[in-house]
Design a protein around this ligand. Structure first.
Ligand code: GLN
Length: 562
């Protein structure tokens, strides 16, 4: 029978519950346990698909086409699993199911209430993951203890221990231990309050993970152990690190995984830990021999989490080549054809990421043009591919004013358009192509050699496609459609012969990149950026040193989520 770990957070949001839960997941997986992860989110949206990335961070897409919270990206990257819809639960989806059942009359005339109907539905979603092939389900409860929205979740996980037995459940509570400059002390009071709040909901935590910027001062673990009524071994210090992939070993050194194994009564001798390969990967970040600067030409540039998976995938590519990728976020609105050289000329590569809506679209097209003409390595993702196609149409194929029908209904050359089957469908959500789709790569093409395979599967989330009516004209102008859907009807990959790396994909490869298995497109974008930088240095006759900024990884470290 599967065991359950519940991770809650207190004191403040953005403490890095997702990364802590994922790191524990990695440690348990590395010990040979079969781990699956789940997020319970307290908001009313049925899924995050409709939420603005600017407020909530990126929408993470799974193979089965679910639009999920970005924490699922952490889970996938750390635990190296492919998750599915049941791993993402929101209050909205719970109520939707309960209300649908009520309308069908399934509650046989009963008054439908939060307890037991909503809590039963929550428990059913947790149990659904505890299949025969799973040893441990780690469920993270979004939000902070004390929020009114999370009360049904807390009640459900409280009942859960009673339902499945004490030794099958472990509660981990993450808190903040702030350092107060004037008094020169770390303060435990917020932790105490937060544990009291959790207890008032009937949950006594088994483990307290304390987030702090410095290691816990001596005597503090003892104090927290007293206050929270847990053993001193159950008080785990989690300090800020410059690289999130170091967190598993940091938590292991604090004894977290061993203590959890004991609590859940797994025999430690059967589940020994070898973290050497993972640690070697994480250590490579400090071994970087060089730096390249790659920009994301984005729309949501005030919130780095809006492009979290893209940024992580770039870093994975850098780890592979012992190269620090200095990621810059450039607002597409600032890039114009006239200003492209001054906005982008200092870069070694660019990513034109996915997006919806017209803001910054001309800047993205101008960036594609600049990269094509100047030999700057460029990876276009989804909307990025579409802007590259528009560039070729306008500037190489003579289609003046070519555009995507998403942004210009009247264009004479809708090189990006809805497919006939999508027209007239009122429910726009229903016309999105979401989740994993196969593509056939042209033998001998750049993308086929980058992937090393000719049939690949990538995750999608978009509505518009390259318009097949213009494909031959675009190809005559030099564009190579190097990957297509299995039936040949949809363009999946593009490239440009003679350019070192000007590659676009209609999919979102960033979701499948792993720190120890970088996605080939990001890996080779970094390789092209290294070469581009070397060429520039040679041409300009001087080395332009780039500072290795320790804070760069920190920007995405624990607690980056707004
Ligand atoms: N807005 C574009 C479309 O719907 C691209 C979407 C994306 O980049 N994910 O096709």
């Amino acid at each position: 029978m599967a065991k359950h770990i519940f991770v809650t957070g207190g004191v403040a949001s953005s403490l890095g519950k997702g990364i802590t839960a994922s790191s524990l997941g990695r440690l348990l997986k590395q010990r040979g346990l079969r781990v699956v992860m789940q997020k319970l989110d307290p908001y009313i949206n049925v899924d995050p698909g409709t939420m603005n990335p600017f407020e909530h961070g990126e929408v993470f897409v799974t193979d089965d086409g679910s639009e999920t919270d970005l924490d699922l990206g952490h889970y996938e990257r750390f635990v190296d699993v492919s998750l599915t819809r049941p791993s993402s639960v929101t209050t909205g989806s719970i109520y939707q199911a309960v209300i649908a059942r009520e309308r069908k009359g399934d509650y046989l005339g009963k008054t439908v209430q939060v307890i037991p109907h909503v809590t039963d539905e929550i428990k059913a979603r947790i149990t659904a993951l505890a299949t025969e092939d799973v040893d441990v389900v780690i469920t993270e409860v979004g939000g902070t203890v004390g929020d009114i929205e999370i009360l049904p979740f807390l009640e459900a996980i409280r009942q859960f221990r009673k339902d499945v037995g004490r030794n099958n459940v472990c509660y981990i509570h993450l808190t903040l231990v702030p350092y107060l400059g004037p008094s020169g002390e770390q303060k435990t009071k917020p932790t105490q309050h937060s544990v009291t709040e959790l207890r008032s909901r009937g949950i006594q935590p088994d483990v307290i993970v304390c987030r702090s910027d410095k290691p816990l001062a001596s005597g503090l673990k003892e104090k927290i152990s007293m206050l929270a009524d847990v053993s001193e071994r159950a008080v785990v210090s989690a300090i800020d690190v410059d690289n999130i992939y170091r967190i598993p070993s940091a938590l292991h050194e604090e004894g977290l995984d061993e203590y959890v194994l004991e609590l859940l009564q797994f025999d430690k001798d059967n589940y020994s830990l070898d973290l050497s390969v993972w640690n070697a990967m994480a250590a490579r970040a400090s071994l970087s021999k060089r730096v390249v600067r790659i920009a994301i030409i984005g729309k949501y540039i005030n919130l780095t989490d809006a492009y979290l998976s893209v940024a992580e995938a770039l870093k994975h590519g850098g780890l592979f080549y012992d190269t620090k990728v200095d990621i810059e976020l450039i607002s597409a609105e600032q890039v114009t054809p006239m200003l492209a050289q001054s906005s982008l000329g200092h870069l070694d590569g660019i990513v034109i990421p996915g997006g919806f809506g017209p803001r910054g679209i001309e800047g993205k097209i101008a960036s594609a043009t600049f990269a094509r003409e100047s030999g700057l390595p460029c990876l276009g993702i989804c909307l990025g591919l579409q802007t590259m196609v528009i560039d070729v149409a306008r500037n190489l194929a003579g289609m003046e004013g070519a555009h995507s029908r998403e942004f210009n209904e009247e264009t004479h050359f809708p090189v990006i358009d809805l497919m006939d089957s999508q027209r007239g469908v009122a429910d726009l959500g229903g016309t999105m192509r979401k989740g994993a789709y196969y593509a056939r790569l042209t033998p001998g093409s750049q993308v086929a050699s980058i992937y090393g395979e000719e049939i690949v599967s990538e995750r999608h989330r978009h509505r518009f496609e390259v318009n097949p009516r213009y494909r031959s004209r675009l190809e005559e102008a030099g564009l190579v459609c190097s990957g297509v859907s299995p039936d040949g009807s949809l363009v999946e990959f593009i490239e440009l012969p003679g350019h070192p790396f000007w590659v676009g994909t209609q999919a979102h490869p960033e979701f499948k990149s792993r720190p120890d298995r970088p996605h080939p497109l990001f890996r080779e974008l970094v390789a092209a950026a290294i070469a581009h930088r070397a060429d520039r240095v040679a041409a300009e006759g001087k080395v332009q040193p780039l500072e290795v900024k320790e804070s760069q990884d920190g920007a995405f470290a624990i607690g980056s989520k707004k």
